[in-house]
Design a protein around this ligand. Structure first.
Ligand code: 5AD
Ligand code: FES
Length: 365
């Protein structure tokens, strides 16, 4: 028992544990251990970000996807999904509304929709950056070629989110059709970082067939990859997918992972995700208290929100953007945090990463 608390102390100081040690922590999860980790995580978060929470406006630009991930409600094989894509005018009008509401980051997220080719996206990114030079543009549009990522970066995109989904290659194969590969996913992430994007990875918690060993690999991967952001949320089944019968991930495990991630990297951008708010009415608030420091209210037109259904019972599908923003502001204020209006870039954290085993000290920013 005591050993587990000592591991948390070591993680707090050294920001690194072995894969085996992460697994021991996950195997030993109790409410007391989670509370201890959350307390330390919150301390680390306050040291870098104080009581501020960053906000990003999420624009779901298309639910058309050429992929067929087994967990996802907008997978190609789901013929019950009513498909849409936003026009350039619609996207620009979401940005304009978002800017008025105080958003300084726009996240354009969508399925892998071939309609959004480089030419169209580069022109769109150029228009957004020209109209709102003080804003960051984040893309979350899946796997693309190096050339494409470079073109979008040169057009002005600042950040790219691509969840690695799992750092366990065997689990990756169970969650995806054969046409998708773990190697390509990881290569995309490396490429994004090399190009200069502020890169985000992430994974689901409680996905079918996931073990604590797989989650330990995720923690180790995030520790070594040093992303700007890491998005995690519970797996939630969607009725029209092969995984409809699996149970959702739990609030407790998701919160514990948020705390451990915060301790591996106090400067990490960690969103309290919509999925977390979907499995528990106060999930996002609890996420912030466990170490998260970003929220992403929905800026999509209300007419399409229900259609961007990655999982069932998704929250925030009926509210206007302004309502969603003020709802989240209120929620953050209720737990002593405040939402800030700026780009919300990640802060450097001078991590003294003591890699005892390798015998190296790697000072990172
Ligand atoms: N439950 C929870 N998260 C999901 N995602 C996709 N489907 C689900 C689901 N059923 C997550 C994936 C993806 C992100 C956009 O949403 O991790 O990368
Ligand atoms: Fe979207 Fe509450 S945060 S409605």
């Amino acid at each position: 028992m005591n050993e587990l608390f000592q591991l948390i102390d070591r993680l707090e100081q050294e920001h690194s544990l072995s894969c085996d040690e992460y697994e021991v922590l996950l195997d030993g999860l109790t409410p007391e251990l989670a509370e201890y980790a959350a307390h330390k995580a919150s301390k680390a978060q306050h040291a870098v970000y104080g009581n501020t929470v960053y906000v990003r406006g999420l624009i779901e630009i298309s639910n058309i996807c050429k992929n067929d991930c087994l967990y996802c409600g907008i997978r190609r094989s789901n013929h019950n999904c009513s498909r849409y894509r936003l026009s350039e005018e619609e996207i620009l009008s979401c940005c304009s509304e978002g800017y008025e509401l105080g958003f300084r980051t726009f996240v354009m997220q969508g399925g892998e929709d071939p309609h959004f080719d480089d030419e169209l996206l580069c022109s769109l990114i150029g228009k957004i950056k020209k109209a709102y030079p003080d804003c960051a543009v984040t893309l979350s549009l899946g796997e693309r070629s190096r050339e494409s990522y470079e073109a979008l970066f040169n057009a002005g995109a600042d950040r790219y989110l691509l969840r690695h989904e799992t750092a366990d290659p065997d689990l990756y194969r169970k969650l995806h059709p054969e046409a998708m590969s773990f190697e390509n996913r990881m290569q995309c992430l490396k490429t994004l970082k090399e190009i200069g994007y502020q890169t985000g990875c992430g994974f689901m918690v409680g996905a079918p067939y996931q073990t604590n060993r797989s989650l330990a690999a995720d923690l180790k991967f995030v520790e070594l990859f040093q992303p700007a952001m890491c998005g995690i949320g519970p797996f939630i089944p969607h009725e029209a997918t092969p995984f409809s019968g699996f149970p959702p991930g739990t609030l407790q495990t998701t919160l514990f992972l948020l705390s451990l991630l915060r301790l591996t990297d106090p400067g990490l951008l960690l969103p309290a995700t919509t999925a977390l708010g979907t499995i528990d009415p106060s999930g996002r608030e609890q996420g912030i208290l466990a170490g998260a420091n970003v929220v992403m209210p929905n800026l999509s037109p209300v007419s399409v929100r229900k259609k961007y259904e990655l999982y069932n019972n998704k929250i925030c599908t009926g509210e206007e953007s302004a309502q969603c923003k003020s709802c989240l502001s209120r929620r953050m204020e209720s737990i002593g945090y405040r939402i800030v209006t700026d780009r919300g870039d990640r802060k450097p954290f001078q991590a003294h990463r003591m890699k005892k085993k390798e015998g190296i000290i790697n000072v990172s920013v």
